[in-house]
Design a protein around this ligand. Structure first.
Ligand SMILES: Nc1ncnc2c1ncn2[C@@H]1O[C@H](COP(=O)(O)OP(=O)(O)O)[C@@H](O)[C@H]1O
Ligand SMILES: [Mg+2]
Length: 231
């Protein structure tokens, strides 16, 4: 579904990503693991067209999308949940969700009701302003908002960051539920335990370079995870 081929990304003169390649197959949850500053967010932003790579190629559903604008990629079916959530603080929960709605091509897509079924606590806060929700609820809202766009591929940037342990478990169950609906996910994380329980395949990034990749079993058995992610 997604193929990133040897991309290089810069912030101004700083060379951040070096020759990064990765693949996400339909229906898989693929993780990108790495410590703080490794280049996870920059990789997701490069895919989403927020920091376009200066070299390399990105293909989505067999179409070259390198350097395309974020709104075009959203229309093509890529959902993005940034690490800082970026919900509309002054809009109600319901408005935050409705503003992001994009009709599903297949017809049986995400609706307000389905998002409320997935996150019942959001339903209770439907009229509350987004900015008044707790951190965990804002994360759910950000995920719900991305789902309202009926993505085929969801890019999730560090969803567990700052979440209480109980919520991390809920989030894991949520992502598993999303996977069972057929959604494809690329998950950037530092939380190795959480991530390996969910993923089919993973990449480890360090210093802007992919230094290891493998199935979850291979990742668990490898020293690279312990070394690179500091566990
Ligand atoms: N807007 C920016 N301008 C310049 N450098 C940045 C910017 N954002 C991130 N960086 C640098 O890029 C590197 C990778 O950051 P990032 O992709 O955010 O890593 P991660 O998400 O893995 O923590 C870090 O060295 C960080 O300091
Ligand atoms: Mg990050």
């Amino acid at each position: 579904m997604l193929e990133v081929q040897r991309i290089h990304t810069f912030y101004g003169l700083s060379h951040i990503l070096f020759d990064v390649s990765l693949q996400v197959k339909q229906g898989q949850v693929v993780c990108l693991l790495g410590r703080n500053g490794a280049g996870k967010t920059t990789t997701l932003k490069s895919i989403m067209g927020l920091t376009p790579p200066c070299k390399g190629k990105i293909t989505f559903k067999n179409e070259n999308i390198t350097g395309k604008q974020p709104y075009i990629l959203a229309r093509k079916g890529i959902g993005y949940v940034p690490d800082d959530r970026r919900i509309f603080a002054d809009l109600s929960v319901k408005d935050n969700l409705e503003i992001a709605a994009r009709k599903s091509v297949k017809g049986n897509g995400w609706t307000l009701q389905r998002v409320y079924d997935l996150f019942p606590s959001l339903k209770g806060f439907a009229e509350r302003k987004g900015g008044l929700l707790s951190g965990g609820e804002q994360k759910m809202l950000a995920i719900g908002r991305a789902l309202m766009g009926n993505p085929d591929l969801l890019l999730l940037d560090e969803p567990t960051e700052g979440l209480a342990p109980g919520l991390v478990k809920t989030l894991r169950e949520t992502i598993q539920a999303l996977k069972s609906t057929g959604l494809t996910v690329l998950l950037a994380e530092q939380n190795v335990k959480f991530t390996l329980k969910l993923s089919d395949y993973g990449y480890i990034i360090d210093d802007g370079r992919i230094c290891y990749q493998g199935t979850v079993q291979e990742l668990i058995a490898s020293d690279e995870v312990r070394k690179t992610c500091g566990i």
